[in-house]
Design a protein around this ligand. Sequence first.
Ligand code: BGP
Length: 474
Amino acid sequence: MSFKSNFLWGGATAANQCEGGFDADGRGLANVDVMPVGPERLAIMTGHHKMLDFEENYFYPAKQAIDMYHEYKKDIALFAEMGFKVYRLSIAWTRIFPNGDELEPNEKGLLFYENLFNECHKYGIEPLVTITHFDCPMYLIKKYNGWRNRKMVGFYERLCRVLFTRYKKQVKYWLTFNEINMLFHGSFMSSGLYFDPGENELAIKYQAAHHQLVASALATKIGHEINPDNQIGCMLAGGDYYPNTCNPEDVWAAIKSNHENYFFIDVQAKGEYPYYALQELKNNNIKLDIADGDVELLKANTVDFVSFSYYSSRVAAGEKNAAEKTDGNVFASVRNPYLEVTEWGWQIDPLGFRITINQIYDRYNKPLFVVENGLGAIDTPDKNGYVADDYRIDYLRSHIQAMKDAVNEDGVDIMGYTTWGCIDLVSAGTGEMKKRYGFIYVDRDNEGNGSLKRTKKKSFDWYKKVISSNGEDL
Ligand code: BGP
């Protein structure tokens, strides 16, 4: 036996990438709804292009996505057929508070998730809920400047109170912010931040980060008060940095990159700002606005478990050591000559997964939850609509094996594993449908054509077997 008998196998999605129904039942618009596909996307994602006056005639695949808003019963039945024990999904903030600063929530939005959770429980599937998966109401961005403003902590707190109270009997696993460290890399996409030319971006990012860290600690506090059985976790865009060579300059660059990566989780899991971040603030003359009580709040409300996504390891080189960079990712990485890459240039590294798992466990010594892992690829259905995705099976098999080694050989405590995009959905990075991760093919193209029909891929039966054997039969 390797995985615990109650190991939580399943899959993960995010509201905005699968639900569609962008204006259904009173839903408001969020940052993640208004990022067009195309060459300008990167500048928008990183906050270097204002999307405040976005154009209605743009085509945004995420607005329709795979229409899970209406199809969720069928989709959950398919997840149940694969044997899912857990389904990770996120709440669209603007279904609950369409503008974000209302006093009363939108009942229709609340009801949607209540029904969805009931559907999960019908099959014995435990929901794992990401409170915000990159989304921030556009109204809050326009009116309050988003997470730059301390008021966001209060709006987020109100959202959390409503969710913890309403779903007290239905949900016990929660994540506060998806890939919270993405705030530093994809500032608009992850947190609705944008920058005017000449602004001190580092100072703005750190202040917004502080607000999110306080909001996360507050959510952890309230969540435990409302239901002491709640298990509340943080969520990191994981992937350890290797030094490009044993040149000490490269080793130092890797340490610095890992510091930046772990900064948020260091605060959420250990309860205080790490020394290197305090020094970086000092070195850059950044004075954070820290309110009375923040330090104590962070210290007293650390997370119950640490969750993370893993797609790839990363490589860092010292400034003087010119090195070829990879493309296709908002995280800078030097090209690793020992690794194959995906069609999007993401480096494939199962041993890096084991390394990352060990590093995180060593750093925090809390239970881990792998909440994203998978291969984004172009799938070509045959004439019957069937996708023989052996490449996806190979990727997942090698990564699950690495996770198994981390449990069996290294002694790491892992609670569960949810593959990313268990049903095809819109890519966060590119905004397209053609980058697919699912066990279930959805007939939908980049332009929004297609019947939305769901078809099981070859990996569907493979993953079913993995779950039924509790990871023994890969
Ligand atoms: C993570 C996000 C997901 C997801 C995934 C794959 O960063 O949490 O939302 O999309 O990456 O990325 P992409 O969709 O760009 O392939």
